[in-house]
Design a protein around this ligand. Sequence first.
Ligand SMILES: C[S@@+](CC[C@H](N)C(=O)[O-])C[C@H]1O[C@@H](n2cnc3c(N)ncnc32)[C@H](O)[C@@H]1O
Length: 465
Amino acid sequence: MEELQLQPDVHTALVESFPKNSSNLSHLLKILCRPPLFSTLRINLQLTDITTAIEALRGVLAEQCKLTGMAEFTLYQHPVIDDCIIIENRGPFSLPQVEKEIVVDLSCGMAVLRGANVFAQGIMACPQNLRAGDTVSVFSDLDGKCLKGFAGKYPGRKFHVGNGVAQVARSDLFNASGGVRGIGILMTQPVYEAPAMNDLPFPWVFSQNLPSMACAHFLGPQPGERVLDMCAAPGGKTSHIAALMKNSGVVVALEKSSERASKMSNLMEKLGLDNVKCFQFDSTKAVSDISGPDDSPPYLPASFDRVLVDAPCSALGQRPCAVNRLSLNQLKSYPVLQHKILLSAVQLVRPGGVLVYSTCTVCVDENEDQVARLLTKCPDLELCDAPHKLGGPGLPGSKLKSELLSKVQRFDPSIQLTQPDVRECYNVDTIGFFIAVFRKRSSPDVYQHVKSEGSPGDKRQGKIT
Ligand SMILES: C[S@@+](CC[C@H](N)C(=O)[O-])C[C@H]1O[C@@H](n2cnc3c(N)ncnc32)[C@H](O)[C@@H]1O
């Protein structure tokens, strides 16, 4: 695949929204098609230390490599984000294609590019005579048109993601009982070599992109505080925040989708994080003059020390992504929703408290322009420097004042890598992402409910009357 494919009107809108002199959008769309050259893992340092974690993970990944025949991977700790382990991936490799072809759905194809094996449920087409042990070439269906059970060589648009060894026969894949589960193809020669991250056998490890890890660190939650995560499922950042708080204080996690909220709640239980309270709730309605019972939403203004808005977004920073079927209406809906959630967030954070806004998209409307809009609407908000500089500055030519561009962090994988050593590129060759950190100044008329300067944590202890 050459370039991320978008609906034509979405592509036009994106081109028009990008400041003309600031970035090469076409180069960015090419990079978004490829996986990052690093995988990252977050370690819960409450449960283990980083040296032990690296040693244990090295052992597990070495076993994986023995099975696939790949060379071992290099692992090391991020120099600034102390709970982050970086793994160097490899590729792209130009590979021969073999006679037997497997076609997988697009999401499975993208997962293979990031190191996954092919799960049996992801297989759409395979030869009539496929047997366990056969060497196969794996292709990703581009248009979502390959029907499940197709036999023979699929003639539609597809691209090669690597070669592997079938673990099952065709008869096990497509049968009346819905087919087997588990690994269908063990990827021995993927176009990009990366470790398989699912099912790592340790309770202290969580597969997470570097900018996502940065969000919780930039939020800076402290043990004993009250923290709100307004768009929380599946719970990656919530669980990170809870771990950084050493499982003390309270993390309230709101999620609009009931299915996603319930999965998140199960994840928190599995991770043993008892300081998290999960609620299915619409965050645009999370602030009210009358609070919910038993610390459930909605909440009074200024109820939280820190608030994270990891907003619903167009996700146009996700990598690798060969095709995005987002409609123009969907694209246009995100800035409006994000602004509404942010306005609730601003009310819910206490004076002096911290608000972090993040998206996994490259769209200016959802990033720099959203920050500019919020600052105009909320004079009591101040854009701050994050504790670490990992991403680059905001896009010049956006609505954000030029003197503020260095305060936001845009993770733009298309920017020219200047470091000669690949090991220095892990902060750049990431998914596309954006983070802004705000602090709220005191503004008594807006926060008339708050009768003391104490933190909301104090309120629970009866210190605010
Ligand atoms: C980018 S995802 C969050 C990812 C999450 N923070 C993590 O790190 O795992 C955005 C989430 O916001 C949810 N969402 C969308 N609109 C919402 C709303 N009005 N209130 C609360 N959650 C919402 C979506 O269902 C989605 O799960």
